[in-house]
Structure formats: structure tokens, C-alpha cells
Design a protein around this ligand. Structure first.
Ligand code: TYM
Length: 341
């Protein structure tokens, strides 16, 4: 059975981009068709200046929202990254396989490091090495497929490269994974700045729809979305980024096709109205389930406890194999020591 792994970072409140680009596919397709593993990657939430209490709060909220979005612990594994030591164990080994040039070429590193420096801050080393930890997340589970939005494709490519390089030098250990992107809405753009991604770590603002935004807030944000000069509704990412973003969001929410939706909308106003209502309807059940789950925190904790146990059992053998393959001596208490002599 295909193994699927994906993760989400608790660096801000989850957005419509996270939902349409990743979470919805995990709930609607992956957990039914594959042996699927989903993770709140809290270690990744410390690569820029962070507040410990907020990180804890967002980790719990992220896990609750994954369940609210339809992940079913009977069908898939849901857990918190820091509860499973294998991620950090493997990350160091992969740092010994990756090069600093590879890390410095990562687009997200370049953008985020430039942002930190422009604000006069320093850049944490973990921001540079973050894609290696992400590769460890994926490779520890032997994932065949990694369902992500378009912004993570380069990081999954790196995981592929590291798996191939490790296997060639130290013997076959890792499955070589591939990214799978959604058909539409692989990159939902900021409603106020349609040439930039809608990102949860950005300053909160009118251009970002959060999964827990009230319906009226969603309507207001979509109705005020920046559109382009011109009047006709045309699907054209380069020439009409604002309108194209709305068409993609509408298509993702209704299961339609963005080009055909362009044909049936005569004005920007009509398109915004339909998009706003479609987003409100998509978020309604998620928000209702989130409210129920918040009233039962013991259930969420139990899901995460059990998820971490399952995840540990899945990741441990692969990480142990990588340790042996790269030349680390097994601990004395293990019977394997005799075999290795
Ligand atoms: P993160 O937390 O930024 O985003 C989680 C998922 O949501 C997708 N996404 C989007 N898709 C479409 N449009 C958007 N505007 C948008 N914003 C976010 C992301 O592509 C992602 O799929 N490094 C990862 C987390 C991670 C991970 C992993 C993912 C850590 N380890 C292992 C897969 C496998 C990240 O920062 O995602």
C-alpha cells in the first residue's frame, strides 16, 4: 500500500491556503486510499523568533483543526513531531549527507532570511537546515508520496536527492518520495497582494482567510479582494492574478474548473460574491467540528498519544537502519552488536 506523509507547521493560524492546498486532499482522498501519516511539525515552528506559549497553543489548535477538517484516526495516523524522537535523530544523519550549497539555494530560506535581515534580526541556523529536518520527516516513514502545496515542492525535491545520495553511498535504506500537488489551488494567493502566497506566518491582514474566521469576516475579506484593471473575468495567472486567484479558490471549493467558471461570470462583483459564499460553505463544517472538538480536549490528546505511538513504531526501524548503514555502532545492549562483529 502506498505510504503518504505530510505535515503542517504551527507558526500561525491555519489558512484557506493550507486547507485547499493540502489538508482537504489529505482528508478527502489520501486517508482513504493510502497508509497515511500526518504530523503537526512543531520543531519547524522554532526556526524564527517564537513565543513558547504560542507555539504550544498553535500546536494544539493545529491538531484539532486537522481532525476538524476530517482526518479520522481510525483511517490515518495523526501526531505531533516532537513526540517522536526519530525525526531529530534522522535529521542529523541527513545533515551529514546534504551540502551547505544545497541549503542556501532553497527559495524559502532565501526569502525568509532576507526578511529577517531586513528587519534587523539575526537568522537562526535552524532556518537554513530546516529542509533537512523536513527530509527526515518524510524519509523516516518511507513515504512514497508527499501531498503538499506548490511552495513545498522544492523541499520534497531535496528529500528525493538526499534519499538517492544516501542509498547510493551507504546502501539502499530510503524510499525515494515524490510530491503530489492538488489539481487547482496548489498556490492560493494573498487576497490583497495576489502575486504573493497566502501565508499563515505573514502578519495577519485582510488578504488572508483563516479557517476559523467567522462567515462575515470571510465575506468581507473576499469582497475586498484586490482585482485587476480591466472588466472581463479571464483566467490568466500572469495578466490577471487577482481574478485568477478568485477563480482558483472558487473552483477548489466547488469542484469546478477555473476556466469554465470564468466564462459564466460576467463581472468581478458576481465572481467575488460566489467565491465568498463558496468559501463560507466549505469552512462551515470544519468550524462546527472544531467547536465540538474544543469541548473535548481529552479526545484530541488521546488521538495524539496513540498517533505518536504508531508513528514511533513506523519510523524507528528505518532510522535504525540508516544509523547502521552510515557507520554508527549499535548500542551494546542490542543483540545486533554480536551480529555486526
Ligand atoms: P506549511 O505549514 O507552510 O503548509 C502546510 C501545507 O499547506 C500548503 N500551503 C498552501 N497551499 C496552497 N496555497 C497556499 N497559499 C498554501 N500555504 C501553505 C503547503 O504547501 C503545505 O503542504 N515545510 C512544510 C511543513 C512540513 C512538511 C514536512 C510537509 C514539514 N515537514 C514533511 C510535508 C512533508 C511547511 O512549512 O508547510
Amino acid at each position: 500500500m502506498t505510504r503518504v506523509f505530510s505535515g503542517i507547521k504551527p507558526t500561525g493560524h491555519l489558512t484557506l491556503g493550507n486547507y485547499l492546498g493540502a489538508m482537504r486532499q489529505w482528508a478527502a482522498v489520501d486517508q482513504h486510499q493510502a497508509d497515511a501519516v500526518f504530523c503537526i511539525v512543531d520543531l519547524h515552528g522554532m526556526t524564527v523568533d517564537h513565543d513558547p506559549a504560542r507555539l504550544r497553543r498553535l500546536t494544539r489548535q493545529g491538531a484539532t483543526l486537522l481532525l476538524a477538517a476530517g482526518l479520522d484516526p481510525e483511517l490515518c495516523t495523526v501526531f505531533v513531531q516532537s513526540h517522536v524522537d526519530e525525526h531529530a535523530r534522522l535529521s542529523y544523519v541527513l545533515e551529514c549527507v546534504a551540502t551547505d550549497g544545497e541549503m542556501r539555494r532553497m527559495i524559502q530560506y532565501k526569502e525568509k532570511a532576507a526578511g529577517e535581515r531586513a528587519r534587523g534580526g539575526s537568522v537562526r541556523l535552524s532556518l537554513l537546515t530546516y529542509p533537512v529536518l523536513m527530509a527526515a520527516d518524510i524519509l523516516a516513514y518511507g513515504a512514497d508520496e508527499v501531498p503538499v502545496g506548490d511552495d513545498q515542492a522544492q523541499h520534497v525535491e531535496l528529500a528525493r536527492d538526499l534519499a538517492v545520495r544516501f542509498n547510493q553511498r551507504y546502501g539502499h535504506t530510503f524510499v525515494v518520495p515524490k510530491a503530489t500537488l492538488p489539481r487547482v489551488a496548489a498556490r492560493v494567493m494573498n487576497l490583497q497582494e495576489p502575486t504573493s502566497k497566502m501565508g499563515k506566518s505573514d502578519d495577519s491582514g485582510p488578504g488572508i482567510v483563516y479557517l476559523l474566521d467567522e462567515p462575515d469576516v470571510v465575506r468581507k475579506k473576499v469582497m475586498r479582494a484586490v482585482t485587476d484593471s480591466g472588466r472581463e473575468v479571464v483566467y490568466d495567472r500572469e495578466g490577471r492574478p487577482g481574478v485568477t486567484n478568485l477563480l482558483e479558490i472558487l473552483a477548489a471549493c466547488t469542484g469546478g474548473n477555473p476556466e469554465s467558471l470564468a466564462d459564466v461570470h460576467q463581472s468581478y462583483g458576481a465572481l467575488k460574491k460566489d467565491t465568498a459564499e463558496a468559501v463560507v460553505e466549505v469552512l462551515r463544517p470544519v468550524q462546527a467540528r472544531h467547536k465540538e472538538l474544543c469541548a473535548d480536549p481529552g479526545y484530541v490528546e488521546e488521538v495524539l498519544r496513540h498517533g505518536a505511538e504508531k508513528a514511533r513504531a513506523m519510523a524507528r526501524p528505518t532510522v535504525d537502519t540508516a544509523y547502521r548503514a552510515i557507520g554508527l555502532l549499535p548500542p551494546v545492549a542490542e543483540p545486533a552488536l554480536n551480529a555486526a562483529r
